[in-house]
Design a protein around this ligand. Structure first.
Ligand SMILES: [Zn+2]
Length: 79
């Protein structure tokens, strides 16, 4: 799919890709250069549990994102 870069350097991500990759307004993404300087990739940042990688029910404990199960295990371990 061909897209154009506007005069401010912006690119509109086609709707089909926004839907497919769940890219909503204010979604954070990491833009990385591809090998051999052929372009860039855009990777959606998904908050995950720092311990197990779970995406749901995250809360910060001492500034570390943890899922409910890991918070429960940590709480038990600290008793
Ligand atoms: Zn976890």
């Amino acid at each position: 799919m061909i897209v154009k870069i506007d005069s401010a350097g912006r690119v509109v991500i086609p709707k089909i890709y926004r839907q497919k990759f769940n890219l909503k307004p204010n979604t954070e993404a990491n833009m990385l250069p591809l090998p051999d300087d052929i372009g860039v990739s855009l990777l959606r940042l998904v908050p995950r549990c720092a311990n197990c990688g779970e995406e749901k029910g995250l809360e910060k404990v001492e500034n570390i994102s943890l899922c409910p199960n890991c918070r429960r295990v940590l709480k038990y371990a600290l008793k």
